[in-house]
Write a protein of this length. Structure first.
Ligand code: ARG
Ligand code: ZN
Length: 843
């Protein structure tokens, strides 16, 4: 069943208050609800439909009178008074057997919930839609030591605890946690002087992994006050770490629930990237308190209203806490790796979709990351001051409401007087715009001409021209910047911009800072790219010039059998040896395009990508770099060694990331000696893991893999890395065998999403291994998707997206993939989640 944006109608009733009592028991939890409803004066349809799934109704009453409602698959209906009334119900649910990890479930003996998007209906009968907001009071009865819900604690005693949340919220923000947990406590004083208790709740044994997350939380609270003027609004803020969780984390009001991988951190068990990611996710969930909770979404089509904005805010935060250019480059790498394939393939959908079958399938890179890019463009177009004014107006005008993209754009229109009708196309049109650039130099006038074109996407054959902010700077042939960054506002299908007063034909630096999520099509000579690599003042475009040189080099090697581009490597050498540059930036310069990225590059050049050839060329290029640079690799690596005690800050992390990129090259020369030494000496997970990964890739990993397992078998999060690395680093011809061996390991547990993703995601990332010619890789993954679907539809459906790029490959591989997709589709009782994904991918 497909749901359409245009069919939106308000619910016929308002919910004045909700009282819930939970009698916890693993397979027979009773949930008693007492809900005050009143007719909604703004609604025309008075149907009383309460959502409910997998509930056993024990009894229901209206105004104290026992009733017998009509029960259906998705809820219940009954006749109700046309005046305010009290609904009471008691239902039974079974958290212990809830393997979908949606609604109330158990993870390692603790009760926890995940309600976004539509999990609350698995807890009790309710109008489970984000525009129905109410005030919740929750009583939890059970023997667990710790019993938490949203809002402020209002009482507790032997076997019970009560919570009251004064802020109206939709059901998707409800949360309950109960278990024998321990906390890492702290305090925060808000800008108006209110004291807030902060806690991170974990399983006993994990207490020593909370300190970093707590610091990140306090930094986030301060930052949101300083930058957005947003203050926290309850007396307490709780975070809970849960081992079995379908996604990263969830912003439930006052009770954020985190995948333990996104909050627990220690130097011994977490890498620098883990630390950075944890800091960002804690910020993200905290920022949702205003962008998501105080102002929520009218319906799920508006998901980007909270997610795009909150991702944008967490990126700003990370840029402020760490390095802005490094964050920008990393975000673009991620956007191109995850969002571009989505937007250019069968799963393409607008930032605000107009229809869906299963909303869980729309927590996508397009809604999150492209959604954030759209906000970045808006800010670029209106300017920083107008952006702040618009945001103030947004918080002012819409606090306490469930809003739409129209509301969001209206505050920008009202704050700036700008007409955003054309800009709105970014929300409604899917696909990645391509912009072709040509230049002209006549009589001292330099002209850039842009032509935009968005290829058709599923359901959208024709596209209108969009507003595209193109940040441009010009350099003179000496490498000096003669026109500093200026934002050209493209609004037409084809448009020219002239620059005069220049003494000589300049070299353009186009799309600085990646000012729009587009593909720039421009024939650029190697010399010009090399010039920008050497001289561009914009860090992003400097990196981009290098990336393009790397891509061109690999294309020539793969397609034309050429050798590596030594002129480029000389230019790159100067950058990586330039110790005035941030090591983190130099490490990004050294990272090559992924094999999957190269497959797309070749496909765009009308060349069918051969995964084995791409793998071979990447290997050859790395081998060549190692030999060309053997004279200075060890010394350069020594310059970025960190002597100080481990700290997960940007400075040290940057050094370690350059060090690890250099170690990878060195390993190709010394057969693993340096990696072995680093493995032996490592006192933190970053160095230990980078050494292990090099040992595996050198074929010398057996002893270290074993030692690592002996050292870390008790730690689930570290073992996820162990699983993922082995299958990710395996040589293409044995990757399937490695994956098959790993799923036989006693610690492989398909019911734990982190473990499942470590193996299956790691395997799919092994590009040439997954795309093995005989199709064994596809069959292996399909077997496991079929196996997981009954248990956990959400995680299964999400993993299906690794097949989304199938049309890039040769007809033989396409046939093999199609056969697997059809096999999945034919599985009896396939979940709605997986069915929708597979059908869309098949097209
Ligand atoms: N709102 C959460 C976040 O972005 C993610 C929830 C994901 N939900 C889902 N059904 N996939 O912070
Ligand atoms: Zn979010």
């Amino acid at each position: 069943k497909t749901i359409y944006l245009e069919d939106y109608t308000p619910f016929g009733y308002v919910v004045e208050s909700v009282h819930l009592t939970f009698h916890l028991a693993p397979t027979a939890t009773r949930v008693v609800s007492r809900i005050a409803f009143a007719p909604n004066p703004d609604a025309t349809d008075g149907t009383f439909l309460l959502h409910g799934e997998d509930l056993t109704l024990i009894r229901a009453r209206i105004d104290g009178e026992e009733i017998t409602p009509d029960l259906t698959e998705d809820g219940l209906r009954c006749a109700v008074p046309d005046t305010p009334f009290i609904w009471e119900a008691e239902v039974e649910i079974s958290p212990q057997t809830n393997t979908a990890l949606e609604g109330l479930y158990m993870s390692n003996g603790m009760y926890c919930t995940q309600c976004e998007a539509e999990g609350f209906r698995k807890i009790t009968y309710y109008p489970d839609r984000p525009d129905v907001m109410s005030i919740f009071t929750v009583r939890i009865e059970g023997e667990e030591k710790v019993k938490l819900s949203n809002g402020n604690p209002v009482g507790s005693g032997a076997g019970w605890a009560e919570w009251h949340d004064p802020w109206p919220k939709p059901a998707y923000l409800f949360a309950l946690v109960a278990g024998d947990l321990v906390n890492h406590p702290d305090r925060f004083t808000t800008m108006s002087g209110k004291d807030v208790d902060l806690n991170i709740w974990v399983r006993p044994g994990d207490e020593d992994k909370c300190a970093f997350g707590m610091e990140a939380l306090k930094k986030s609270m301060t930052w949101d006050e300083e930058v957005y003027g947003r203050e926290y609004d309850l007396n307490i803020f709780n975070i809970v770490a849960v081992d079995d969780f379908n996604m990263g984390a969830m912003e439930n009001k006052g009770l954020n629930v985190f995948n333990s991988s996104c909050v627990l951190a220690s130097p011994e068990t977490s890498t620098d990237s883990n630390f950075e990611r944890i800091e960002a996710i804690i910020a993200h969930e905290y920022f949702h308190n205003w962008t998501g909770n105080r102002i929520t979404c009218r319906d799920w089509f508006q998901l980007c209203l909270k997610e795009g904005l909150t991702v944008f805010r967490d990126s700003q935060f990370t840029a402020d806490m760490r390095s802005e250019p490094v964050k920008r480059i990393s975000d673009v790498i991620d956007l191109r790796a995850r969002q571009f394939p989505e937007d250019q393939g069968p799963l393409s959908h607008p930032v605000r979709p107009e229809s869906f079958q299963e909303i869980n399938n729309f927590y996508t890179a397009t809604i999150y990351e492209k959604g954030a890019e759209v906000i970045g463009m808006l800010k670029t177009l209106v300017g920083d001051d107008a952006y702040s004014r618009a945001l103030d107006l947004y918080f002012d005008r819409h606090d306490g409401q469930a809003c739409t993209i129209e509301d969001w754009l209206a505050v920008f229109e009202d704050a700036t007087g700008r007409d955003l009708a054309q800009f709105k196309l970014w929300y409604s049109q899917s696909g990645t715009p391509r912009v072709a650039v040509s230049e002209d130099w006549t009589d001292g006038v330099y002209t850039l001409t842009f032509k935009q074109h968005t290829p058709p996407t599923p359901g959208q054959d024709v596209k209108d021209p969009k507003v595209i902010p193109i940040a441009v700077g010009l350099l003179n042939p000496n490498g000096d910047e003669v026109v500093p960054t200026r934002v050209l506002e493209m609004t037409q299908a084809e448009q020219s911009f002239a620059f005069d007063g220049l003494a000589s034909k300049p070299v353009p630096s186009i799309l600085r800072g990646f000012s729009a999520p587009i593909v720039v099509d421009r024939e650029v000579s190697r010399e010009e790219r090399a010039f920008l690599l050497a001289h561009d003042t914009d860090a992003f475009n400097r990196w981009e010039a290098n990336r393009n040189l790397a891509r061109d080099c690999l294309v020539a090697m793969i397609r034309d059998g050429a050798g590596p581009d030594n002129a480029w490597l000389d230019g790159l050498e100067r950058v990586i040896r330039d110790d005035s540059l941030d090591p983190a930036f130099r490490a990004l310069m050294l990272s090559l395009p992924t094999q999957s990225e190269m497959a797309q590059v070749l496909f765009d050049l009308f060349t069918v990508p051969d995964p084995d050839a791409i793998w071979q060329a990447s290997e050859d290029l790395r081998g060549h770099m190692a030999v060309a640079w053997q004279g200075f690799l060890p010394d350069l690596r020594a310059t970025v060694a960190v002597d100080a005690p481990y700290a997960p800050d940007a400075d040290q992390a940057g050094k370690r990331s350059l060090g690890s990129a250099l170690l990878a090259l060195q390993t190709r020369l010394d057969g693993g000696a340096a990696a072995q030494a680093q493995y032996g000496a490592a006192d933190n997970m970053t160095l230990q893991l980078s050494a292990l990964s090099q040992l595996i890739s050198a074929g010398k990993g057996d002893a270290a893999v074993k030692a690592f397992e002996d050292q870390w078998h008790h730690d689930r999060l570290v073992m996820d890395k162990w699983f993922g690395l082995q299958v990710g680093m395996a040589k293409p011809d044995v990757a399937v065998d490695v994956a098959q061996r790993l799923v036989q390991h006693p610690a492989f547990d398909m019911g734990n999403p982190n473990r499942f993703r470590a193996v299956m995601g790691g395997f799919a990332m092994n590009h040439a291994g997954f795309h093995r010619k005989d199709g064994e890789g596809y069959a292996f993954l399909a077997d496991w998707l079929i196996a997981l679907d009954d248990r956990n539809p959400q995680t299964t459906a999400r993993m299906c997206s690794v097949f989304q790029t199938w049309k890039r490959y040769d007809t033989n591989r396409q046939g093999l993939i199609r056969a697997q997709l059809e096999r999945i589709k034919a599985k009896p009782k396939l979940s709605r989640d997986t069915d929708e994904m597979v059908s869309r991918i098949l097209g």
